[in-house]
Design a protein around this ligand. Structure first.
Ligand code: COA
Length: 258
């Protein structure tokens, strides 16, 4: 692996760091390819329960797609660059929880990548936006679909049509991020949360994520029926027997992921 995406592990949490700070961690084709390779490897690594995505340096999480790669591209070139599997969709359907640790500019494809994650934790100095309109483009990483689901159509329209940037507190108030910490606290608090999640049963995490993700595509009636089926499916797992037995015996559960 080259050094465009760094991977480290702290207990059961893998941290992927996009490492192009001189280019504001822009999502080049190479970065997307390396992230896909890391995610594929981490998916089958039983020692990893949660993946955290962040950007190198003080300034940027990800300032969007690599704009340099757009110059002179034909629609055919662009269609090839956007071939499946796409990083945004891989992250949204990833079987393990993925947390965006947003340490600075979170723009365009960076904001779309963050929205593909399960949770977003931001530094109070981070800023957010979909500035594609300024380039004669629209969001192409799922932003027109995922943003309205997170913040409502009105706020999504405002950000996508204006290209305006907003700060972390405003992003939190509208539901674009879940938690905001000072830059000094960001890593520690994010890893605390990630480790807590990673200490749960990997099997049950996968089912819980699947159920919540289903709410993005199902009607309320179908979603509730699906949840009931998944809930009952949990009764086939050793981890359900263990969780219930541990509660009744007043001891910590020992998960096996089965
Ligand atoms: N793609 C490619 N390169 C990018 C980039 C991107 N999305 N965002 C920043 N860079 C590069 C700059 O070209 C510059 O490179 P250089 O030093 O070789 O000239 C370097 O990163 C630093 O950026 P700079 O603009 O000088 O920093 P800044 O602090 O003044 O501004 C931003 C930071 C993020 C506000 C600004 O870089 C920006 O608006 N980036 C584009 C955001 C965008 O439109 N994203 C959507 C893409 S579809």
């Amino acid at each position: 692996m080259s050094e465009t995406v760094l991977c480290e592990q702290v207990d059961r949490v893998a941290i992927l760091t996009i490492n192009r700070p001189d280019k504001m961690n822009a999502l080049s084709e190479a970065v997307r390819g390396e992230m896909l390779a890391h995610l594929a490897r981490l998916e089958s690594d039983g020692s990893v329960g949660v993946v955290v995505i962040t950007g190198a340096g003080e300034k940027a999480f990800i300032a969007g797609a690599d704009i340099g790669e757009f110059a002179g591209r034909t629609p055919f070139d662009q269609r090839w660059a956007m071939r499946s599997p796409r990083i945004f969709d891989v992250m949204a359907s990833y079987p393990k929880p993925v947390i965006a640790m947003i340490n600075g500019y979170c723009l365009g494809g960076g904001c779309e990548l963050a929205m593909s994650c399960d949770l977003r934790v931001a530094s109070s100095t981070a800023s957010f936006g979909q500035p594609e309109i300024n380039l004669g483009l629209i969001p192409g990483g799922g932003g027109t679909q995922r943003m309205p689901r997170l913040v409502g159509a009105g706020q999504a329209m405002r950000l996508i049509l204006s290209g305006d940037r907003i700060g972390a507190e405003e992003a939190r108030a509208m539901g674009l991020v879940e938690l905001v910490f000072s830059p000094e606290e960001l890593r520690g608090k994010t890893l605390e949360l990630a480790s807590r999640i990673a200490s749960r049963s990997p099997l049950t995490l996968k089912v819980a994520k699947e159920a919540v993700r289903a709410s993005e595509r199902l009607s309320i009636e179908d979603g509730i029926a699906y949840e009931r089926d998944l809930f009952c499916l949990c009764f086939s797992s050793s981890d359900k027997e263990e969780g219930v037995a541990a509660f009744l015996a007043k001891r910590p559960a020992q998960w096996t992921g089965r």
